[in-house]
Design a protein around this ligand. Structure first.
Ligand code: ATR
Length: 286
């Protein structure tokens, strides 16, 4: 990649960002299309988010991704929000338009695109979501928007699960949203009422982690999604290969949320196959 004085600079802010694979995805896409652009990780210390956002204008940065822990706190620094970002209450992409900084959230869109790629659709489905954090919020809103019939939210911290249910109900009053605990008995009560399970928690990130859904509860009518992509085969995914009708990990969501950000910034259709190959290579190396 050749960087010139005219190169457009994109990047990601977060803490930490050292393990982010977004630079790999975007730089591969820029290179493939021959665009004079580059994508850089910017580690931002606690307390520096306002300065970091001011630097977008000062340094002529062309667009940013935002990751943990700034997806919510960045909102007060922006000029406006897309409808999605407003509903979800979190931003993962910033576009620059003149003096305006606009916050978007492409996580839900990325999830739905990766699901569709697996031949799965949301309309009319009944879904069990494990977790109620940032990732869960984006996914739950996208499911409700996509016409899911019922969404069961299982979370360890009851108040967070209930608060997510209330937020979604404000926008989508017709979707049946139910909060449930995360104990085996709680999951057992709902698992036969759903045909899709989505793990949005970090259970599975570490080798040796258990499955967030016990093996004996999985059944053949389930399509199982684990948003974790590294490792690619969590315990939940391994069980699902044997017991369920289909499964996907989180690599597709990572690619498609990035692809949607790329389109917002450049207006150009992203080369998804190139981004996917770059991600696969990087994961193999790691
Ligand atoms: P993200 O942005 O990746 O969603 P997050 O907002 O910190 O991260 O949310 C993490 C989610 O994983 C939360 O729902 C968290 O449950 P709590 O709300 O109870 O904190 C869930 N989680 C993380 N580790 C967990 C564990 N060991 N057992 C159960 N839930 C866990």
């Amino acid at each position: 990649m050749k960087i010139t004085g005219e190169s457009k600079v994109f990047g990601i802010i977060g803490r930490p960002v050292i393990h982010s694979l977004s630079p790999v995805l975007h730089n591969a896409a820029f290179e493939y299309l021959g665009l004079d652009c580059c994508y850089v990780p910017f580690p931002v210390d606690a307390g520096q988010i306002v300065n970091a956002i001011s630097a977008i204008r000062a340094l002529n940065i062309a667009g940013l991704n935002v990751t943990v822990p700034y997806k919510e706190s960045v909102i007060s620094c922006l000029t406006s929000l897309s409808e999605e970002a407003m509903m979800i209450g979190a931003v993962n992409t910033i576009t620059v338009s003149g003096d305006s900084l606009v916050g978007h959230n492409t996580d839900g869109q990325g999830f739905i695109a990766s699901l569709n790629e697996c031949g799965q659709y949301v309309n009319g489905r009944s879904v069990l979501i494990i977790g109620a954090g940032g990732a869960a919020r984006a996914v739950v809103f996208s499911l409700a928007k996509g016409g899911a019939h019922s969404i069961f939210i299982a979370n360890r911290t009851i108040s967070k699960g209930k608060s997510l249910k209330e937020q979604v109900n404000k926008y989508f009053s017709t979707t049946n949203i139910v909060f449930t605990g995360m104990e085996q008995d709680d999951l057992k009560r709902v698992i036969n009422k759903v045909d899709m399970v989505i793990n949005t928690t970090s259970i599975g990130l570490l080798r040796g982690d258990p499955s967030p859904v016990p093996r004996e509860l999985l059944h053949k009518d389930l399509f199982v999604c684990d948003l974790i992509y590294n490792p690619p085969d969590t315990e939940l995914i391994r069980y699902s290969k044997d017991l369920c009708k289909g499964y996907m990990n989180g690599s597709g969501m990572l690619i498609y949320q990035g692809a949607a950000a790329f389109k917002l910034w450049t207006g150009i259709e992203p080369p998804v196959h190139v981004m996917r190959q770059a991600l696969q290579d990087a994961l193999q190396q790691s």
